[in-house]
Design a protein. Structure first.
Length: 407
């Protein structure tokens, strides 16, 4: 190597070292993203609120939900007694409350059983607002400084004025016959000086929904500044002193619902490491693909199964089992059972209502209670989006028990 080349390499190494030193010595930028993670300490996470919530609940405990509300509450439902095995408050604090249709129906059922649902979010799904009869509106013209207050005069000393992060999202319409307004927000430079409703209570069955549009009030940054924590205490005054089922932002779980302590969690939490990991996997995949092209093994010839009825049925059954296509199995069982009712009892199976249950009870000779239980199970499974082996087992046992006495 020539002397000139050594000088060039030395200069290049010095530049790299200097650039690395400057990058390392830079202060870590503050992450102002609204992530609402109960485990993180960033300004707009909710770690402090999550910890302090336990000190307020004298008779209850905090239990984190690491799955969708549908998966969690469906596992807690007692199908024999037609009621939930748990009681308390379902709580979700997030920027946008984006959940699936099945989860909305599940928490509506949970609330109607005498429980409370508390949701604080800037945006909520339309099928929730349609079910509870309210509308949300976002006024982009309002300034960021706002005063948040309560409708109850006894909570006047817990009003709060906030400047950073607050958005003018409010309930533009509600069902005034059933819905109660619990809190308001008023922006400083609003020419109309209007109080907008930002906290309401909607009764559902024996329980209720508490809906709030300013989740920023529960974040680390807000609670540690001035006396904003008093406002969050005022909101929590409407929550029963029972167990709180906190909808976690961390949806990494094991099969039994416990959190995943894998070492990859740290890699996933650091963007540079995460992208380095993804690139390594990509290069590894490219390497495998190119090597597989050159060194592909001889494909063995597999003799196909004889096309007999028994083997064909066994093959289809194994296919469903291996692919875990529980939804297909459940829908086929329901379809074949309804066809059985049409051919055996000459019944119209398009509408499975109370009249249908009574006719089936009269024609089949089964008890009305058993008939209604089976029809209810069929209707639940027809509207369900996610299936597992328990659903296949439930519908199989129910149909077999119903037909067994006919033979």
């Amino acid at each position: 190597m020539s002397k000139r080349m050594k000088i060039y390499l030395g200069i290049l190494a010095a530049i790299i070292i200097a650039a690395a030193f400057v990058e390392i010595s830079k202060p870590t930028p503050i992450d102002w993203r609204e992530t609402y993670n109960e485990r993180q300490t960033k300004p707009f996470d909710v770690q402090i609120f999550h910890k302090e919530l336990a000190t307020i609940l004298y008779d209850g405990k905090i239990k984190n939900i690491y799955r969708t509300p549908y998966e969690f509450f469906n596992d807690q439902y007692d199908w024999s007694a037609y009621e939930y095995k748990i009681e308390g408050t379902y709580m979700s604090i997030t920027k946008d409350y984006l959940v699936d249709f099945s989860s909305i129906h599940e928490i509506l059922d949970y609330a109607s059983g005498g429980n409370t649902v508390f949701i604080s979010a800037n945006d909520m799904p339309s099928y929730l607002s349609d079910s509870l009869g309210f509308s949300l509106e976002y006024d982009f013209r309002a300034a960021s400084k706002a005063t948040l207050s309560f409708a109850n005069d006894r909570l006047k000393n817990r009003n709060s004025t906030l400047e950073k992060g607050v958005k003018n999202i409010y309930f533009s319409s509600i069902d005034t016959l059933t819905t109660s307004v619990l809190g308001y927000q008023e922006f400083e430079n609003d020419s109309i000086q209007t109080k907008y409703a930002n906290f309401i209570e909607v009764p559902v069955g024996k329980g209720s929904f508490l809906l709030h549009t300013q989740p920023i009030m529960f974040t680390n940054h807000t609670l540690l500044n001035k006396n904003h924590h008093r406002y969050s205490e005022g909101v929590l005054a409407y929550i029963p002193n029972e167990d709180v089922f906190f909808d976690s932002q961390n949806k990494i779980i094991n099969a039994d619902g416990t959190t995943n302590d894998s070492r990859f969690r740290f890699i996933d939490s650091q963007p540079p490491l995460r992208w380095a990991w993804y690139l390594s996997l990509l290069f590894l995949l490219i390497f495998i693909l190119f090597n597989a092209k050159r060194k592909q093994r001889i494909v063995n010839i597999v003799k196909p199964l004889d096309n007999t009825t028994l083997d064909f049925t066994r093959t289809i059954g194994n296919l469903f089992y291996e692919t875990k296509d529980h939804q297909n199995v459940v829908h086929k069982k329901i379809t074949y059972f309804l066809e059985y009712l049409r051919t055996e009892y000459f019944m119209d199976t398009q509408v499975l209502d109370e009249k249908f249950c009574k006719r089936l009870h009269q024609k089949s000779g089964k008890s009305l209670e058993e008939t209604e239980r089976l029809v209810k199970l069929i209707k639940i499974l027809q509207n369900k989006l996610f299936f597992d082996e328990n659903d296949v087992l439930k519908i199989t046992v129910a149909i077999e028990n119903f037909r067994k006495k006919d033979n």
